[in-house]
Design a protein around this ligand. Sequence first.
Ligand SMILES: [Zn+2]
Length: 249
Amino acid sequence: MPEGDSVWRAAHRLHEALAGKTLTRCDIRVPRYATIDFTGHTVDEVVPRGKHLLTRIGAATIHTHLKMEGSWHVYRNGQRWREPAFRARIVLATEDAEAVGFSLGKVEVLARNEEDKAVGHLGPDLLGADWDADEAVRRLLQDPQRPIGLALLDQRNLAGIGNIFRSEACFVRRVDPRTPTGEIEDLHALVEESRRLLTMSISKRRHQSLIYGRARMPCPRCGANIISFQLGDDPNQDRRAYLCPRCQG
Ligand SMILES: [Zn+2]
């Protein structure tokens, strides 16, 4: 599942292509919103909130979420799409560009003053200008018994982190992701490390994994074999966590 860094990059690309431009075509391929057409309206901005994307058009907001399979592509007008058309859930075109959301997990149209319905539950945004580490720590500590590897994924505590970066941040801070949140020595440093890794991933365009996806390979710090195990609330999702049994915990 894409994490905050991918969503941030998608928002950035969409904002570059659409902001300040008038839509020449608007095709929302979701039955409930099929009659909504923003053609002739100007896109104000596209902003990320955790793993959510908000496309603001006048008094309305198109809220989308990539979920498992989703992606946004930006094409020059007339350029051939790199995904089959039947996967397109929404098309927003201007005079020079076409933004297409494929296989999006969520597409809904809200009044702009109702955005809180979609994103009001989110904790501080790791990649947001208003990031607040103290508030994230406060929220995490509301359930001190919960394993930190699960608490970090709960977007109500802090928004933007997923399966990859929870393993990476715990590795860097030498924390076993199964540790109860209330027993972490320096929770503040752990959330700041999560933010640092996500921010670095944006500037480098991709993240070179330290431990995630490297089961049975040597730990980059001590050489012990990395192990992996399921650590998740939802049996339908891949929630594999990675750990160096020697230098974490
Ligand atoms: Zn190690």
